[in-house]
Design a protein around this ligand. Sequence first.
Ligand SMILES: Nc1ncnc2c1ncn2[C@@H]1O[C@H](COP(=O)(O)OP(=O)(O)OP(=O)(O)O)[C@@H](O)[C@H]1O
Ligand SMILES: [Mg+2]
Length: 492
Amino acid sequence: MFSRYKKPNAPAAAPGAPKPAQAPGPKASAPQPAAPKATPKPMPKPDQMRKSAAKAAAQSVPMDKERKRKERLGEIKLELHRSLLDNLNLSAIEAASEADLKAEISAISSEVLSEKGIVLNREDRTTLNQELYDEVRGLGPLETLLKDDTVNDILVNGPQRIFVERAGKLELTDITFKDERHLSRIIDKIVSAVGRRVDESNPYVDARLADGSRFNAMVPPIAVDGSLVSIRKFKKEKLGIDDLVNFGAFSEEMAAYLQAAVACRLNVIVSGGTGSGKTTTLNALSSFIDNSERILTIEDTAELQLQQTHVGRMESRPPNVEGKGAVTQRDCLRNALRMRPDRIIVGETRGEEVIDMLQAMNTGHDGSMTTIHANSARDGVSRLENMIAMAGIEMPIKAVRSQIASAVNVIVQASRLQDGSRRMTSITEITGMEGDVIAMQEVFRFQRVGLTPENKIIGHFTATGVRSHYSERFRLWGYDLPANIFEPIAAE
Ligand SMILES: Nc1ncnc2c1ncn2[C@@H]1O[C@H](COP(=O)(O)OP(=O)(O)OP(=O)(O)O)[C@@H](O)[C@H]1O
Ligand SMILES: [Mg+2]
């Protein structure tokens, strides 16, 4: 779509050649799911999986058969979940095969249903058994939400309150855990699968689920009302430039500008708040990188899915329980500089690695990209200054600023607006230093004009009227952007 601004005689693989950014990537570029935990224990016999039958019988409550059947179906499921958790020997099921476990679950649920005098049709029974299986083998109540493609984030505030984010808005679900013990069992299961531990002495942990989703948990007593869990769902099909333009995240003109900026190796920072779409934007921008370049990516949790063939992915590692073995983003970045990268992409710059990132941008690895947590381009620059100060680098502020000014060319601001929509609210160029101050100019912005009765934001993207500081570079590199791209659009 954007190749019309590309130099006409460019070969197919020239910088900026449109790529099928949305085509599912080759297997090799997909994040590797965490290896399943080895279970050397001997296979238990199905009857070992149950606690005493007497206990099970004691907990069954005879019920009226037909009358309340339908209205109580939901309740029955909950009871069955509980009954199953009480009756299965959880340590034995870890080693059971899928078929054995399914058979055992089906036996227990038939028993409980008949004790309660409930008859379910085959379909209900299959769904029920699957849910029960998810409970003991998968991530319990979270499993349905993980399978739901409309959910972006899953946020657990203690066992009784699970929220999800759909289309930028948070919703409370009717899904719950049985109690804190149930929730912490699921958390333990996730973190132990990746060789981590979470308990009173290590009360918070980051992990990656087997499907690639980003997971964070914090447990009591630091989490006051029960464990807190946050999951950023992994999307196999990442949003590409065309999707984002179609969703109204930014305009076609902005996309054309960004194509030129990335292809002409400007250093780009995507700034934004939590969940504003920074990683998604960075991933989409990476599609403008030429396929012949060697790209190294560095992340705390590998989320980026680049489509190019020559990509080396790195993921930092926190220290183990003895406090050893940490590999920070900075370590990865320093090592990356010895690995002949054409471009370096750091998923999020949040600490001391900022120094090496700016140096890389200044010294031959131009065209590098990263994201930072900030609410505007100006804020983003202050954030970079603060990160440098916090990394213990003692440099006069003017020197820090000129380092930033010569390293960073373009700051793209991603925002999640009050109606839940995610948009690129500004594209700002850094043009140099004016005295002690970093000079910037906004080239594009999202102009809000009002709200619909349904509280949807009305607005449009517009150029600000300033000509790009990099116009000459674009022209020399064969990206002769038409002047009308930079003309402001009047409000309707
Ligand atoms: N323009 C968009 N339209 C619709 N959904 C979007 C858009 N941009 C991002 N998303 C979705 O929003 C969620 C958050 O996006 P993303 O992970 O890119 O945010 P982030 O700013 O990197 O978040 P964090 O600060 O947690 O790292 C993802 O599920 C993503 O698919
Ligand atoms: Mg992110």
